[in-house]
Design a protein around this ligand. Structure first.
Ligand SMILES: NC(=O)c1ccc[n+]([C@@H]2O[C@H](COP(=O)([O-])OP(=O)(O)OC[C@H]3O[C@@H](n4cnc5c(N)ncnc54)[C@H](O)[C@@H]3O)[C@@H](O)[C@H]2O)c1
Length: 284
C-alpha cells in the first residue's frame, strides 16, 4: 500500500465526514469527500473544523496538524472524477440498500481498476453490494465506529468473493490511519461488536420489561459490575434508538433474532429517539 495516495469517501454524514478526517489526520493521504445532498459538504467541513479546533484546544493536535488535515480534504458532489485515481473508496451513504447498490454500480464504472471498494454499512453485508461493482474480489466491509476520531476499532469483513489481497490491503489501510482492524472471516449479521452489543441490549430491555429492575439500576449494574464506561440504556440513547430499532427490524427480516420489543416500539412511535430528541429511555 506504499503508493496509496487518494482516498475517496462517499457520503459526508456523521460517519463519512469523520472517516475522511481520520484519514487526513494520518498525514498519508489526500481525501475527497463526496455527497449528493446540497449543503452537506459545507456542514461536514464545519463539523470537522470544530472537531480539530477542540483537539487543538486540548493539545491533542498541533494547529499545524489540524490545518494540514483540513487542507487535505477536498469536497465533490460527484464520485465520477475523484474515484478514477483513488486507491480506496469508502462508501458511507445512508443505510439504504438501493442507495448503496447504486454507489457500487457507479464505482464499477468510474473507480480505478485496482481500487479497493469498501462499505461502512453496519448491517448490509458486502456480498449484497459487491457484484454491482463488477469486481467483487476488490470489495469488503470496513465498519468504523462513531466517533471515528475517538473509537479505535474498524471491523474488516470479507465477503465470499473478497480476495486475500483485498483483505490484506484493507487491514493495512486501517492501520495506516491509526485505527485497529479486526477481521471477520465469514459474513454474519452485525459483525462482532454489534452482535455482542445487541445480545446485552436485548437482555437489558427484557429485564426492564419484566419489571426486574429499573433502567437506571441496570445501567449502574453493568457499569460497576462489568466496567463498561456506559450502561446499555445510556448507550442506546446515545447512539439513537431509531438506529437500534432499524437494525433489529432488519435482522429480523433476514431471519435472525427476535423482533423489536414493545417498549422500543412505543418509544419510536412517540418520537423519543434518545439524546438527539431530548428523551429516550432517559430524559436529557
Ligand atoms: N452513525 C453511526 O453511529 C454509524 C456507525 C457505524 C456505521 N454506520 C454506517 O455508516 C453509514 C453512514 O451512516 P451515517 O450515520 O454517517 O449516515 P448519515 O445519514 O449521517 O450520512 C449519510 C450521508 O450520505 C449522503 N448520501 C446519500 N446518498 C448518497 C449518494 N448516492 N451519494 C453521495 N452521498 C449520499 C447523505 O446526504 C448523507 O450526508 C451507514 O451505512 C451506517 O450503517 C453508522
Amino acid at each position: 500500500m506504499g503508493e496509496l495516495k487518494r482516498v475517496v469517501v462517499v457520503g459526508a454524514g456523521t460517519m463519512g465526514s469523520q472517516i475522511a478526517l481520520q484519514t487526513a489526520l494520518s498525514g498519508k493521504y489526500d481525501v475527497t469527500l463526496v455527497d449528493s445532498v446540497h449543503g452537506q459538504l459545507e456542514r461536514a467541513k464545519a463539523q470537522n473544523q470544530r472537531l480539530v479546533d477542540r483537539s487543538v484546544e486540548k493539545s491533542r493536535l498541533t494547529a499545524e496538524q489540524a490545518k494540514a488535515a483540513m487542507e487535505h480534504i477536498r469536497a465533490s458532489d460527484s464520485l465520477a472524477g475523484p474515484a478514477g485515481d483513488a486507491a480506496i473508496v469508502i462508501e458511507a451513504v445512508i443505510e439504504d440498500f438501493d442507495a448503496k447498490k447504486e454507489v457500487f454500480r457507479e464505482l464499477g464504472k468510474h473507480a480505478a481498476k485496482d481500487a479497493i471498494l469498501t462499505s461502512n454499512s453496519s448491517t448490509i453485508a458486502i456480498s449484497r453490494l459487491a457484484d454491482h461493482s463488477g469486481r467483487p474480489e476488490r470489495c469488503c466491509n470496513t465498519h468504523f465506529f462513531h466517533p471515528v476520531t475517538v473509537m479505535q476499532l474498524c471491523e474488516v469483513a470479507r465477503g465470499p468473493r473478497t480476495s486475500d489481497q483485498t483483505v490484506a490491503d484493507a487491514m493495512d489501510f486501517v492501520r495506516s490511519i491509526d485505527r485497529t482492524p479486526v477481521l471477520l472471516r465469514k459474513e454474519i449479521w452485525g459483525f462482532i461488536v454489534n452482535r455482542i452489543l445487541f445480545a446485552a441490549s436485548e437482555e437489558a430491555i427484557r429485564l426492564l420489561e419484566g419489571g426486574y429492575a429499573s433502567a437506571e439500576d441496570i445501567d449502574i449494574a453493568v457499569q460497576k459490575g462489568l466496567n463498561w464506561p456506559m450502561g446499555p440504556f445510556h448507550l442506546l440513547d446515545f447512539s439513537g434508538l431509531d438506529i437500534f430499532y432499524g437494525a433489529m427490524k432488519d435482522r429480523h427480516r433476514q431471519g435472525e433474532g427476535s423482533d423489536a420489543p414493545p417498549v422500543l416500539d412505543k418509544l419510536i412511535k412517540d418520537g423519543k429517539l434518545g439524546r438527539k430528541t431530548g428523551e429516550g429511555f432517559f430524559k436529557y
